[in-house]
Design a binder for this molecule. Structure first.
Ligand SMILES: NC(=O)C1=CN([C@@H]2O[C@H](COP(=O)(O)OP(=O)(O)OC[C@H]3O[C@@H](n4cnc5c(N)ncnc54)[C@H](O)[C@@H]3O)[C@@H](O)[C@H]2O)C=CC1
Ligand SMILES: O=C([O-])CC(=O)C(=O)O
Length: 320
């Protein structure tokens, strides 16, 4: 069987990390695309030279030509600009929307059968715009955020309960902004609801609220610490798990920005929900029961995403 082809659009911090992970896991041959000349070629050369040490068989190439992503099975998009301290993700909308237009056309013209994972921020608006510009089926274009946000939530819960992260199953719904909805009622420590574990361990409700708040602001915390750029190791790892679910037809239920057509009362938007990823891309959305408070919080997050889509339509009339 021929090797799969993974195209990475954007060869910056996340793009380079994605290339390394994809090669190390032998997911397929990797093409790193960027508009910066020389940079993707340089990273590809450097990463290729990990091969003899790590013992992976994967061809890694760098390019500035969209023709080289032809026939890709998976495309992961990180092209664009990250935020700086003091900025919100939404401040990136204008600049990254133009990038999505170019990337969407590149994908449409070269690999229209690919499964496309968008990472560029502001995520829920950019994945929607990328889908519009590329014209690919909605089930083949998805946004990565929920896996990352849930991993942050899980990390903080594991630290609080002094337990292995392997036993924590934490869950975040909604848009990838400060209004995201970490859902404690569906988060467990090896099946034990977090609320029960909190009682056992003497963790107060207000402490759990602090963990929820830290999760919501998890991206900003790292932006503030790095001083230049944003998180990249965990974002890349998250997207790789989604690509693996597709390539391996794993039917994993992963929180991701999926196109909704009525689920959760939402029509025509991309919002973070539990979605099944398999060989057909997004094969379904799982609708879970939420409390009134959780529903209200989700609505706030959905409204924030809607506002961003209106802003996109105002900036690019082809989206209106
Ligand atoms: N969805 C999520 O959970 C997360 C999203 N992000 C977002 O991911 C994006 C990328 O982050 P990093 O890799 O850290 O940024 P980076 O700045 O290191 O890399 C971005 C790359 O995109 C390239 N680029 C710019 N315009 C392009 C175009 N038209 N075509 C192709 N490439 C182009 C740049 O030359 C640069 O190499 C940012 O928008 C960031 O906010 C970051 C972390 C998590
Ligand atoms: O916070 C940012 O700008 C990058 C991002 O989306 C994250 O790390 O969650």
């Amino acid at each position: 069987m021929a090797r799969k082809k993974i195209a990475l659009i954007g060869a910056g911090m996340i793009g380079g990390t994605l290339a390394h992970l994809a090669a190390k896991k032998e997911m397929g041959d990797v093409v790193l695309f960027d508009i910066a000349e020389g940079m993707p070629q340089g990273k590809a050369l450097d990463l290729s030279q990990c091969g003899p040490i790590e013992g992976f068989d994967a061809k890694i190439t760098g390019t500035n030509d969209y023709a080289d992503i032809a026939g890709a099975d998976v495309v992961i998009v990180t092209a664009g600009v990250p935020r700086k301290p003091g900025m919100s993700r939404d401040d990136l909308l204008g600049i990254n929307l133009k990038v999505m237009k170019a990337v969407g056309e590149g994908i449409k013209n070269n690999c229209p059968d690919a499964f496309v994972i968008c990472i560029t921020n502001p995520l829920d608006a950019m994945v929607w715009a990328l889908r519009e510009f590329s014209g690919l089926p909605h089930n083949k274009v998805v946004g990565m955020a929920g896996v990352l946000d849930s991993a942050r939530f899980a990390t903080f819960l594991a630290w609080e309960f002094d337990t292995s992260v392997k036993d924590v199953n934490a869950f975040v719904l909604g848009g990838h902004g400060d209004t995201m909805v970490p859902v404690l009622s569906y988060s467990t420590i090896n099946g034990i609801p977090v609320a029960d574990m909190a009682k056992i361990k003497g963790v107060s409700e207000s402490r759990l609220d602090e963990i929820v708040d830290r999760t919501r602001k998890g991206g900003g915390e790292i932006v503030g610490l790095l001083g230049n750029g944003s998180a990249y190791y965990a974002p890349a790892t998250s997207a790789i798990s989604m690509a693996e679910a597709y390539l391996g037809d794993q039917k994993r239920i992963l929180p991701c920005a999926a196109h909704l057509t009525g689920e959760y009362g939402v029509d025509g938007l991309y919002v973070g929900v539990p979605a099944v990823i398999g060989a057909d891309g997004i094969e379904g959305v799982v609708e879970i029961e939420l409390s009134d408070e959780e529903k209200n919080n989700l609505q706030v997050s959905i409204d924030a995403v809607k506002e961003l889509l209106e802003a996109c339509k105002g900036l690019d009339s082809s989206l209106a």
